[in-house]
Structure formats: C-alpha cells, structure tokens
Design a protein around this ligand. Structure first.
Ligand SMILES: *Cc1c(COP(=O)(O)O)cnc(C)c1O
Length: 463
C-alpha cells in the first residue's frame, strides 16, 4: 500500500448523537448510580467503552440480511445460513445457537461438569468463571507467567502455561471434563494466543483424553495477531488462520456480540454427537428449539453476515490499529498500560498508576469513576471488585488492578480516540489526588454488575 494512514474502512450512513454533560451533572449521576458505572444511564455517557460486547455498528449488508430473516419456529432458512457460516470457519459438526455467550457456557457446563471437577483455562472470563463455579467446579487460570505482569512484553501474552496444564491433567485424572482456551485472553488484557500454543494444548489434551474447547469470542482478532506475529502466517488469510485454530479443538463457545459483529447472539459448537444431544436437550428447556436457540431468525442472519465481515483484512487492520494508536499515545505519556496493547481494549494498570491506593480500596474502580467524572468516559474495572470475592466467601486481592477501555466495533472514529487520549492525560496529571472507594453493598456472585460503592475518604479527588 503506497500510503501509511490507516483509515476507518467504512463510511457512515446512519448517525446517533452523543451528548456532552457538565462535570457537576456527572458528579450527581455517579452518586445516583451508587458509584457503579454499570448503573449509570447510558445517555449520561459521552464515550462508552464499558464493553465491546453487542455495542458494535452493524453494516448495511447485515441490516439487509435481517430483512430476509425467516421467523419459522423450526428449520428456518436463517438457521441454515447461520449454521453454514459457523461451519465454514470452525469446521465443527453441531452448531447450537444461543442468545449470548454465557448461555452457551451454561449449557456446555450443565452437560459436562459435576461438583469438584476442574476446568483449566488460560484465563476465565467473568461469566465463564461464574458458570463453572455455579456447577461447584473449580475454574483454574493457567496463564503463562508473562500474562500477569502488565509491563512485560510478549507477542502471545494470552498463551496457556502448558507445563502447568500437564501437571494439572496428570495429577487429577478424571477430574477435568474439558480444557478451555480463551481467544483473545480478555481478562488477561485482550492478549492473543499463538497457533503453536493452541496446537500444543490440543496434543496434550488428546494425550490425556480430555476435550479442548475454545472460548472463541474474539477469534478473528486472535487470527489477525497470528498473521502479524507468528512465523509462517503472514501470507495466510484471516479465514484460513481461524480455520486452523478451530481444527485443533473439539468444540467452542462464542458470543456473537464480539466477533460476530451482532448486537445479540452466540453459539455452542461441538463435534461429539452425544454431547450435542445432551446440550440440545438443555437448550430446549431454557433457550428454545435447536434451530433458533433464543434468537430471532433475523438475528441469525445478522450473525451469518457478521462472521464473514469480521474476517475482512481492512476491517481487522483498522480495528487492531485503533487500539494500538491509543496505546502508543498513553505509553509516550508514561501512563502504565498492559503491554503490548491487546485486540479490543486498552487496559490501564491502576496498581502502577495509583500506588498510594491500597487494593482494599479498589484503585481500578476509583480510576474508572474519575475517568467518567472528568471526561464522561465509561470503562470497566477488571480488578478486585470483579475477582476479589472467593467462592468460600472470603476476600482475596486480584492479581492485577486494571481499567479496561473496550472499543465497540466500527462505532468511534479517530477524533473520539484523540479526545479519549486527552482526558486520560488530564487524569494522569491528577493521579496523586485520586482516592479509593469502599463497598457499601454487593451480591456474592458477579458483584461488579450491581455493587453499590462510595468514596472511602468522602471524595474521589482531594484538593
Ligand atoms: C463476552 C464474553 C463471554 C460471555 O459472552 P456474553 O455474550 O456476554 O454472554 C465469554 N467469554 C469471553 C472471553 C467474553 O469476552
């Protein structure tokens, strides 16, 4: 390509206004929301980086596909289009639609796990962990050592620690009904997993006769990183790389709200006939008939088109570049982030940025609140509020205190990112004056969604 500028590879056909608020209004909104960004009204947010899940913009081809949705209860044409799209990429035999990723997890774990079982994963996502623990099984995170050090560089920081995995499988025969690899590793910083790591994990699992599953939410972003960083893949298409990734596994769970480029949906895909039947039985009980699984026919169409568009090279180049661009500005300004930037998000390292706030006062949560107060930006804490509560009721600080700034797909442009960078630089100037928070009330599972918090020292920012 003769020019260096990477542009948004789309033009805008429909716009949705976003609204500025005053700092005073945002302060009041925080109070009303119990100092929990999940409990804000979205209208009071200027740039919403809470999640990249279901928040993307659909293409004109996806909207056109939706008009062709077949809403038949059983055997709808839309299901077969959806099934073909999933099978082309994954090669997996049985494709089971679900309303989103966690439903696929619940159905898979409901069909495979019993109390006391162990599920190794490079790093569990919050709903994956919660669904495992709900079955009274142990969700075991086995990231490589570099994966838990924000400042350490590694091209595939999302990799699974295969030595530890082998030890777990050898020492717990019959206790691990499946192993999972999350691509990209969301809770570990949106970091990719190498093809070599997936291949070796697959060989290991085969040796111990344990099925391997992908938590495939960001399979296309992972494929792009493999193309950029792993020897032998530079000339392969993202589709061919994704196909190889899936060729090493026995099944996958997927949230189509991520790399399905849809606003809702997901699926579970497995090769095993017997497991597929058990999953379908559970599906009928709570989600719906196996050819719609809780989705409308038009949702299945949107996902079928989205799975195709997400593997477009121009899209992936722009997507990964937008995140890296923000990462470079922050790094130049000395703001500590998980390095290198991941695929869908920048993760601020709140422990390094706010060393004066003890983990018991949730530094990442506090930083997220200040980003909103100062600039109207919504982020999410991935730290001790999300992960500190143990199944036995005790409290243990999380390994990292991160603030995730997740980029919705095809929604914001470079000027939005420039604004974001300006706010972050401003908040970095204030960092010594930021104070911690305390928990006022919280449920025992997935507490970050509904916890009510308060400033631990009367104010979030002291003079
Ligand atoms: C989003 C996500 C899920 C859960 O999917 P939902 O559609 O939100 O239910 C599972 N695993 C990972 C890695 C995710 O990012």
């Amino acid at each position: 390509m003769p020019f260096r500028t990477i542009i948004e590879p789309f033009r805008i056909k429909t716009v949705e206004p976003i609204r500025h608020t005053t700092r005073e209004e945002r302060g009041a909104a925080l109070q009303t929301a119990g100092y929990n960004l999940f409990l804000l009204k979205a209208e009071d947010v200027l740039i919403d980086l809470l999640t990249d899940s279901g928040t993307g913009a659909m293409s004109s081809a996806q909207w056109a596909g939706m008009m062709q949705g077949d809403e038949s209860y059983a055997g709808a044409r839309s299901f077969f289009r959806f099934e073909a799209a999933v099978q082309e990429i994954t090669g997996l035999k049985h494709v089971i639609p679900t309303h989103q990723g966690r439903a696929a997890e619940r159905i898979l774990f409901g069909s495979t796990l019993k109390p006391g079982d162990i599920v190794p994963n490079n790093t569990h996502f919050d709903t994956t962990r919660a669904n495992t623990e709900y079955r009274q099984a142990v969700a075991l995170d086995l990231p490589i050592p570099e994966g838990t050090h924000p400042e350490q560089l590694h091209p595939f920081k999302g990799n699974m620690d295969l030595e530890k995995l082998e030890r777990v499988l050898a020492e717990n025969p019959g206790k691990a009904p499946l192993v999972m690899i999350t691509v990209t590793n969301n809770s570990g910083g949106g970091q990719p997993v190498s093809m070599a790591n997936i291949r070796a994990a697959s060989e290991l699992c085969r040796r111990y006769n344990v099925p391997l599953f992908l938590d495939a939410c960001r399979f296309a972003e992972n494929a792009w990183f493999i193309k950029l960083r792993e020897d032998g893949y530079a000339d392969k298409t993202p589709l061919a790389i994704a196909q190889e990734m899936f060729s090493y596994v026995d099944g996958c769970t997927m949230s189509a709200k991520k790399d399905g480029l849809a606003n809702i949906g997901g699926f579970l895909a497995v090769n095993d006939d017997d497991l597929a039947q058990r999953c379908k039985n559970l599906l009928i009980l709570t989600e719906g008939f196996p050819t719609y699984g809780g989705l409308a026919g038009y949702d299945l169409e949107a996902i079928a088109v989205g799975l195709h568009e997400v593997l477009d090279e121009d899209y992936l180049r722009y997507r990964i570049r937008s995140v890296a661009y923000l990462g470079e500005i922050l790094t130049r300004a000395g703001i500590p982030i998980v390095q290198p930037p991941g695929g869908h998000a920048i993760y601020l390292d709140a422990k390094a940025m706010l060393p004066h706030i003890p983990q018991s006062e949730y530094p990442a949560w506090a930083l997220g609140l200040v980003l909103y107060l100062e600039g109207g930006i919504r982020s999410v804490e991935i730290g001790s509020v999300m992960f500190g509560h143990q199944p036995d009721g005790s409290e243990k600080p999380a390994a990292m205190e991160l603030v995730r700034l997740a980029f919705p797909r095809r929604v914001y442009t470079q000027s939005h990112v420039d604004y974001l960078a300006e706010v972050l630089l401003h908040v970095n100037q204030l960092r010594q004056r930021i104070r911690g928070v305390r928990m006022v009330e919280a449920p025992s599972v997935l507490r970050h969604f509904t916890a009510r918090m308060a400033p631990a020292h009367n104010r979030l920012i002291v003079d």
